[in-house]
Write a protein that binds this ligand. Structure first.
Ligand code: ATP
Ligand code: MG
Length: 187
């Protein structure tokens, strides 16, 4: 996936069966909110730390870019974590990701440089910035997010909610009686 789409009709916006919470826009509590969400995941979920980090970036964007850190504005979050996938929808009360077209163009040119091995060119595409970006914004979290959320990363039509899905690689079943030191056993 190399583009961020805007499509409220995406199946990723189907909230049926998902857990739901609301959080006020307190930037200092982002890791705490994230942990509340991921603690609902089954034990030993894959790459827990990476998952937590990616969720926190989405929450950070909702609080900072969407709700402008206004504590009276809330995030609405739907979430569902299983051993097979992680699915999350984060909606804020902001104006939406107005620069989505510019971001896609920026990312397209960035990926072109990477494909060509054009290291100097990549230097021009390290950080996506808008007039509203603050000094604290790295301008790069969504590049990795698009790669990480391999089941999709899509905004709604209003551009103030993002739905993401990560599909985990299946964990191979260990056959009964499996002995790792027995070379004749299938792995
Ligand atoms: N919920 C949102 N509402 C409005 N704009 C958003 C939202 N989420 C993302 N954006 C836009 O996407 C851009 C890129 O986001 P990204 O997370 O990659 O970078 P950043 O937030 O500026 O910096 P950082 O790398 O520190 O997260 C932001 O500059 C912002 O314009
Ligand atoms: Mg961000």
């Amino acid at each position: 996936m190399s583009e961020i789409a805007a499509d409220s009709k995406s199946p990723l916006f189907d909230t049926r069966g998902m857990a739901y919470r609301e959080f006020p826009s307190d930037f200092s509590k982002i890791r705490y909110y994230t942990l509340i969400l991921v603690s609902s995941a089954p034990p030993r979920i894959k790459e827990f730390n990476l998952l937590e980090q990616q969720i926190s970036e989405i929450i950070k964007n909702g609080i900072a870019h969407g709700n402008k850190n206004d504590p009276r504005k809330f995030l609405k979050i739907w979430y569902d974590f299983t051993r097979e996938y992680a699915h999350l929808i984060v909606e804020d009360e902001g104006e939406g990701f107005r620069e989505i077209k510019a971001w896609n163009e920026f990312n397209r040119r960035r990926l072109d440089c990477i494909d060509r091995g054009d290291v100097e060119g990549i230097m021009n595409f390290i950080s996506f910035r808008t007039q509203k970006s603050s000094e604290k914004d790295g301008g790069n979290a969504l590049f990795a997010a698009l790669e990480y959320w391999n089941g999709g990363l899509v905004f709604n039509d209003k551009l103030n909610a993002v739905a993401v899905k990560k599909v985990f690689d299946p964990v191979p079943e260990v056959p009964p009686g499996f002995k790792p030191w027995d070379l004749n056993q299938p792995v």
